[in-house]
Design a protein around this ligand. Structure first.
Ligand code: HEM
Ligand SMILES: *[C@@H]1O[C@H](CO)[C@@H](O)[C@H](O)[C@H]1NC(C)=O
Length: 342
């Protein structure tokens, strides 16, 4: 009977270990006193404290998309612009106040980001269901995944437990979000600074399979790409002519064009196929294929040929981006209103 005794004590040990784990990680958002260093995020974070969190986010977004399919794209982008500035801590959502200089007024964000009202709506529903439990940073992460799934893209297991910052960084937003006219070397450097590699860069740029960009973000390519009053020679001719009529040399800065003209509201790999056909809207996307630095060109070809591989890498890289310096444990707070510190 020695065997079953060993087996019994083994099971007891497992039970003890798992209950200790649960006690150390109650969904109310407690963590080890040393915060982010003691443990990371985990998918079951709201299992007991707000099991319906994801359903709430999905249902708010589903309704919003029915009215405006672009909303998925706008929310996916918010998570990116949050994570690249002092980590995924909802610093992006804070408004100007006595102590806060809002990131919403940075060069990449101003007159560009949208979806903040949708985040408010998600937060309000979550506060009704589970008061002061689900952080705004986790709402952005959940909304980014929901946007991907509801647009036809991949699903993934999403680590949760981020807490919200009490600070924002306007300069961080201006300095850490890559501009649309970035060279391939710039892009690699910006991503490396966040702990993201070339696979992450190319896979995550695939987020441009949905949504639109304003004329001002690609005008340089049409009229004066290299300071010699010539267009970007890598642009396919007919696409170039279409873009010129959508985006005139003067004025029209806020005219919008789809990032993926083949399927602007569907999450698929057409944006990579378009890069091979030299029909990428932004310089920062086209240089992944034409830039001749590192292995990004091979990744673009690969994702254009194999949507499954793109989906798999996108999901993995979204988890990686979502893990950029989260606040956990006793750091930060769970905001009651995503626009204000408590
Ligand atoms: C690689 C560097 C990146 C650059 C240079 C970049 C640049 C841009 C620009 C200029 C726009 C249009 C903004 C406007 O017209 O005001 C845009 C839109 C968008 N970006 Fe990016 N982006 C990058 C990476 C990403 C990543 C990593 C994601 C998400 C995974 C993402 C998701 C989106 C989405 C979904 C839109 C459309 C938003 C909408 O329609 O409201 N981007 N991006
Ligand atoms: C990108 O655009 C900015 C602002 O218009 C400009 O100052 C910068 O020189 C451009 N960079 C490149 C590489 O063209």
């Amino acid at each position: 009977m020695a065997f079953s005794k060993v087996k019994f004590s083994f099971i007891v040990t497992i039970l003890l270990l798992s209950s200790t784990t649960l006690l150390a990680h109650p969904g109310s958002g407690w963590g080890g006193p040393s915060g982010s260093g003691s443990f990371g995020l985990f998918p079951e974070f709201y299992q007991f404290s707000c099991p319906q969190a994801n359903d709430i986010v999905m249902s708010v977004l589903r309704k919003a998309i029915a009215k405006d399919s672009r909303m998925a794209a706008s929310l996916l982008r918010l998570h990116f612009h949050d994570c690249f500035v002092q980590g995924c801590d909802a610093s992006l959502l804070l408004e100007d106040s006595a102590k806060i200089v809002s990131e919403k007024n940075s060069v990449p964000n101003k007159n560009s980001l949208r979806g903040f009202e949708m985040v408010d709506e998600m937060k309000a529903s979550l506060e009704d269901a589970c008061p002061q439990t689900v952080s705004c940073a986790d709402i952005l992460a959940l909304a980014a995944r929901a946007s991907t799934v509801l647009s036809g893209g991949p699903n993934w297991e999403l680590p949760l437990g981020r807490r919200d910052s009490k600070t924002a960084s306007l300069s961080g937003s201006n300095n850490n979000i890559p501009p649309p006219n970035s060279t391939i070397q710039n892009l690699i450097t910006f991503f490396k600074r966040q702990g993201l590699n070339e696979v992450d860069l190319v896979a995550l740029s695939g987020g441009h399979t949905i949504g639109v960009a304003r004329c001002v973000t690609f005008k340089q390519r049409l009229y004066n790409q290299n300071g010699n009053n010539q267009p970007d020679q890598t642009l396919e001719k007919n696409y170039f002519l279409d873009l010129k009529s959508a985006c005139p040399g003067s004025g029209g800065d806020n005219n919008i064009s789809p990032l993926d003209l083949a399927s602007p509201a569907k999450f698929d790999n057409y944006d990579f196929k378009l890069l091979l056909w030299r029909k990428g809207l932004l310089t920062s996307d086209e240089v992944l294929y034409t830039g001749k630095v590192g292995k990004t060109i091979h990744l673009v070809k690969r994702y254009a040929e194999d949507e499954g591989r793109f989906f798999e890498h996108f999901a993995k890289s979204m988890v990686k981006m979502g893990n950029i310096s989260p606040l956990t444990g006793f750091h930060g707070e769970v905001r009651k209103n995503c626009r204000l510190v408590n």
